[in-house]
Structures are given as structure tokens and as C-alpha cells.
Write a protein that binds this ligand. Structure first.
Ligand code: F6R
Length: 607
């Protein structure tokens, strides 16, 4: 995700800022930039690695001890120099870096253009710097506060102006920002890792708080300009731990990122009052939907599992025949696809060779195409006719976790949107949307059970084989649970629809072959219970992922992990979380390389 560093003091700011950005590299980014307050503001930006920016800065003759810098992980607009931060005002006297998403940027941009502001990028961020310019009459903090009053969304920002060279103004709402306290120097960072080598004394800015940072001190106030009192905290973590947010592995961090990843993906897209879903870059309206008679989804691995879930969602909410294909098989099958087909490709990386080939194959045959993608500006994102970014943030652990839940959440919004264009009622859309907006908080309650799940994982880590079972919408969750376990712990695991088990796999069951049942309290609950009885009768051990309050299940399963109650169509967003945690803890117990499992790559760009 994006990173912010700021410095004011008496040392060469450029070196401190570049080093800070390097400390944030682990978070993922695709471009970077720096603004130095010299006499005027001087800006340098580059696409790609920090070393590209560093090379540009080598020839920088001017020296300055005040500046701000940023690594951008593209959300609105491709990773280009124009879209990289810092963004500047029309007169070039104000520069700003931003983390977060400005939800009402499109309305603000139109208003500012009417007032004569000229935009240089496609980003949501740029509206902020023009708004500040609009309010600026000599006091930077006051202008920032006035500008933020018009903004909806999340932000962590740092702002400098050549008119007030002795200060940096920072503010946060929903996007972390920490102020580093030094002697005769002060710092700003979105993540303490960026500044820990200079100071271990920090002030955590709270939401809707604004700070003015000078060489001599830091003052803070709320968004109504009332002064706030802040405590200085001491950081006692080492740098490596901080980069992983205090977690032992990126995978565990990313499992815990899920509530925020989902909130980012949902932000500004659901209007619960009217039952309307706003999906900006879809390029696919009522006319196009009327023209298609089937949906084909193509993807690989975990993204394919998200596709299997989408099949249930589209058939339930949109009532359009939907098929899900392994992208690698689809491309060689001479598939029946024409201009009445909508092809949806799902990909975290946006670079998977098989998925890209499936997209090109379908496009060549006249299909309309949409992408559900995480990495902005990736090849697949550029080649689809339209689509949705899932805004999950960079996924570093090879085993996909937060991308999966963000994909499912995006596909659900897409199904609701298409459903509304056909026959889905407003009350049903509102009911499902309300349930979806509660999911991030509900995931947080499941994450709190990580230690309990670890105890269960330790009991089972010694087994060599597992069967994962679920029915209906829980079947793709079973497949995803099995994939996670085999990828990172190297244990053999198979996913099956639970009723299918009696047609073959039940022959495997004995006390050394445990099963994991995904059994939320939905319409097929009783039937899955019967399948569990069949395993119990053969002395098979069972772990169940069940709905809170279900006492019956604990009498049959050896171990039960509970998830909160939600709408039947949304259970996968909750039941998958314990399975991710279970795999993680089993893998740690087996001492495998969790973040970089053997033989696997994060982005599979070969056939
Ligand atoms: C599983 C995993 C892989 C990917 C697959 C598709 O944890 O990471 O199965 O899901 O390689 O990758 P993307 O989504 O980038 O197309």
C-alpha cells in the first residue's frame, strides 16, 4: 500500500526521505515521488523501484532540510509519473502526498474544474491539493482544515508550501499517520518503520486530527481547530517486526488485513438507503446486460474459487446462466463464446498468463470482458473492456488470503448491481448490502480466535491427509481451505462437495484421515449433518466451521470453530477465515516457509 515520509530539521532531507521510502518498500508500490521545499517547491517522481527515484535525485543540486515523499500503490489511475505523488497546486506552491481513498473525488473534481483548476493526473488525491489551494490565504493549516471539511473518504496526508517553508501540515482519517519526535528535527510517516532508525519517540495521530510540524515542535488540533493533547510513546519493536506490522509472517498480517481490505473495496460503492451499487469503471450498463445470454468466468487457483462462488451469486441474484472455467483449460477448448457472452476474468496479480490467454481468446471471439483485479495498471486490467479493482492492497505472502475475500466481496457487489438492472428487488438488495457492510467487523471477531485455532491446528499438524467438505456455497470454501493447507504446509488435502463424499472419498476415512467441514446454519445444514454422521460412524476425526450458537455441531465434531451469523450468500466471507488461520498455524508448526512455499511463485506469468 502507499507510504508517506516527511522530514523537517537541519539535515539533508532528501537522504532521510529516500531511506524512509526504502523502509516502506515491503508494503508494495509501483511509483514514488519526493517534494523538497527549497526556495520554490521542487518535485521529482519516477515509476517503478525507489532506486529510479534515487537516481533522479542524485543530480539534484539544491539542498533542503524540509520535504515530503511517497510510494504509491495505484488505485485510481495507472502507475505513471503524472499519477505519482506528490501532487501540486496550479501555482506550484503547494505539494501534497496522500494515502487512502477520496470517495467524493469525482464531484469535487468537477466543482474545482468549474472554478478554473487544472488537473494533471487521474488520481482521486489531486482534488485535495486544489481544494487546499482554493482556501489558502497564508495559513497552511487553516487551508488544510477547510479543505478536509468537504472530503468524504479516508486520508493520511502531508502537505508543504513554498509560502510557509518552515512547516509541514499532516492530517489523518482512517489511514495511519505517526509523527516522529527528534532533537531539532521531526518526522512524519505512515508506518514507524520509515523513521525508526532516527527516533523511537512517536506521537500517533488520531482520526480527524491535524498536526503542524516545525523544526522545534509539533502541535495538534481536531478538525474544528480545537487543540488536542498528545502523549509521546516509545517504540520497542525491531525494524523487521514492524515491516510485518508485528506479525511473524506476511501471510498472517494479510489474514489480519482483511477487515480493512474489505472496507477499502466497499468504500463509496454501496448506497444502502436506495439499494444502489456504484461501480465506476465497469463500462457495462443495462443495454450491454440485455445483450448477453450467459456469463463465463475464467481464473486460476484461489481466484478460480472466488469464481465458483460468483457462479452461485450470479445465478441467485442475476438469474443469468453462469459457468466457471479454469483459464488454462478454457483457452485450449475452442470454447463456444460469441458477442452474447460476458467473460469475467478474476486475478489478484492481473498478470497470470493462463487468465490473460483466456481473456484474449474470448475477446477474439467477440465476447464482452470484465476484470476483477487487484493490481492497478496490470496487463489484464489494461486489456479488459471494464471491471472493478478490489483495493485489497499489495499481497506479499504467496498464498492468497485477503485478495480472495476482497474478490468475493467485489463479485457480490457486481451481482447485486447486475441483479438491480434485471429483477432483483430493492429490499433484497438492501438486506444483502447491509449484511455485507457488517462483514469487516464480523471478520475482526473471528481473527480474535487465532490462538484457539492455533491450539486446534497443533492437534492436527501431524496428519498427512485431509478431506475438506462443504455443500452449495460452502463447497468452494472447502476447496479454498484445502488449497491453502496443501500450498503452505505440504499436507495432502482434497476439497469435495460433502454429499459427493459417499460416492468415493469416504473409502479413505479412518482415524488418521481427518475431515474439515464447512457447515454454516443455512438451508442445507441438516443434510451436511448427515454427512458428518457418516464420517463419525467410520471413526473419522472432524473439525467443523459452524455458526455461532450452533450447539448440535459440537456434539458431532471433535473441534468446532464458530463464525458469526450472516446472510446465507455471504457465509464464505466468514467461513474462509478460520480455514486460512488453521492452515497458517499448521504450516508454522511444521516449520515450512510460510510466505514463500516451495515450488510456488506469487505471479504465474508462464503457461
Ligand atoms: C493460491 C494462489 C494461487 C493464485 C493463482 C492465480 O493461494 O495464490 O492459486 O490464486 O495463481 O493468481 P492471480 O489471482 O494473480 O491470477
Amino acid at each position: 500500500m502507499c507510504g508517506i515520509v516527511g522530514y523537517i530539521g537541519s539535515k539533508e532531507a532528501k537522504d532521510i526521505l529516500i531511506e524512509g521510502l526504502k523502509r516502506l518498500e515491503y508494503r508494495g508500490y509501483d511509483s514514488a515521488g519526493i517534494a523538497m521545499v527549497i526556495k520554490d517547491l521542487e518535485i521529482k517522481k519516477s515509476v517503478g523501484k525507489i532506486k529510479n527515484l534515487q537516481e533522479k535525485c542524485c543530480n539534484w543540486e539544491s539542498k533542503s532540510s524540509t520535504g515530503i515523499a511517497h510510494t504509491r500503490w495505484a488505485t485510481h489511475g495507472a502507475p505513471t509519473e503524472n499519477n505519482a505523488h506528490p501532487h501540486t497546486s496550479c501555482d506550484g506552491k503547494i505539494a501534497l502526498v496522500h494515502n487512502g481513498i477520496i470517495e467524493n473525488y469525482s464531484a469535487l473534481r468537477s466543482q474545482l474544474i468549474k472554478k478554473g483548476h487544472q488537473f494533471k493526473s487521474e488520481t482521486d488525491t489531486e482534488v485535495l491539493v486544489h481544494l487546499i489551494e482554493d482556501y489558502f490565504t497564508g495559513d497552511l493549516k487553516e487551508a488544510v482544515i477547510k479543505a478536509l471539511a468537504s472530503v468524504e473518504g479516508t486520508y493520511g496526508i502531508a502537505v508543504v508550501s513554498s509560502e510557509c517553508p518552515d512547516k509541514i501540515v499532516a492530517a489523518r482519517n482512517g489511514s495511519p499517520l505517526v509523527l516522529g519526535v527528534g532533537k531539532g528535527e521531526n518526522f512524519i510517516a505512515s508506518d514507524v518503520a520509515a523513521i525508526l532508525s532516527y527516533t523511537d519517540k512517536v506521537i500517533y495521530l488520531d482520526d480527524k486530527e491535524v498536526a503542524e510540524i516545525t523544526i522545534n515542535g509539533i502541535t495538534t488540533c481536531d478538525i474544528e481547530s480545537n487543540p488536542t493533547k498528545k502523549e509521546i510513546s516509545k517504540i520497542d519493536w525491531d525494524l523487521e517486526a514492524i515491516e510485518k506490522g508485528g506479525f511473524d509472517h506476511f501471510m498472517l498480517k494479510e489474514i489480519h488485513d482483511q477487515p480493512q481490505a474489505l472496507r477499502n473495496g466497499l468504500a463509496g460503492r454501496i448506497d444502502v438507503k436506495t439499494g444502489t451499487i456504484h461501480l465506476g469503471g465497469l463500462n457495462f450498463g443495462v443495454k450491454e446486460l440485455k445483450n448477453i445470454d450467459r456469463i463465463v468466468i475464467a481464473a486460476c487457483g484461489t481466484s478460480w474459487h472466488a469464481g465458483l462462488l460468483a457462479e452461485f451469486l450470479f445465478e441467485n441474484l442475476v438469474a443469468i446462466p453462469t459457468e466457471v472455467e479454469y483459464a488454462s483449460e478454457f483457452r485450449y477448448r475452442n470454447p463456444v463464446v460469441n458477442d452474447k457472452t460476458l467473460l469475467i476474468v478474476i486475478s489478484q496479480s492481473g498478470e497470470t498468463a493462463d487468465t490473460l490467454a483466456a481473456l484474449r481468446e474470448a475477446k477474439g471471439k467477440g465476447a464482452k470482458t470484465l476484470g476483477i483485479i487487484n493490481v492497478v495498471g496490470s496487463t489484464i486490467a489494461r486489456e479488459v473492456d471494464g471491471g472493478m479493482y478490489i483495493h485489497a492492497g499489495p499481497e506479499i505472502g504467496v498464498a492468497s488470503t485477503k485478495a480472495f475475500s476482497a474478490q468475493v466481496s467485489a463479485l457480490l457487489m457486481l451481482a447485486l448491481h447486475f441483479g438491480r438492472m434485471r429483477n432483483l428487488s430493492i429490499p433484497k438488495t438492501i438486506e444483502i448490502s447491509e449484511a455485507l457492510l457488517k462483514i469487516p467487523d464480523q471478520i475482526e471477531t473471528i481473527l480474535k480466535q487465532s490462538e484457539e485455532i492455533k491450539k486446534i491446528a497443533l492437534k492436527y499438524a501431524k496428519f498427512r491427509d485431509f478431506l475438506y467438505l462443504g455443500r452449495n456455497i460452502s463447497y468452494p470454501v472447502a476447496l479454498e481451505g484445502a488449497l491453502k493447507l496443501k500450498e503452505i504446509s505440504y499436507i495432502h488435502a482434497e476439497g469435495y462437495p460433502s454429499a459427493e463424499m459417499k460416492h468415493g472419498p469416504i473409502a479413505l476415512i479412518d482415524p488418521d484421515f481427518p475431515s474439515v467441514f464447512v457447515v454454516p446454519k443455512d438451508s442445507l445444514y441438516e443434510k451436511v449433518l448427515s454427512n458428518m454422521e457418516e464420517i463419525k460412524a467410520r471413526s473419522g476425526k472432524m473439525i467443523a466451521v459452524a455458526t455461532e450458537g450452533d450447539k448440535e455441531i459440537a456434539k458431532i465434531a471433535d473441534d468446532t470453530i464458530y463464525v458469526p451469523k450472516t446472510h446465507d450468500l455471504l457465509t464464505p466471507l466468514l467461513t474462509v477465515i478460520p480455514l486460512q488461520l488453521f492452515s497458517y498455524h499448521v504450516a508454522v508448526a511444521r516449520e515450512t516457509d510460510v510466505d514463500k512455499p516451495r515450488n510456488l511463485a506469487k505471479s504465474v506469468t508462464v503457461e
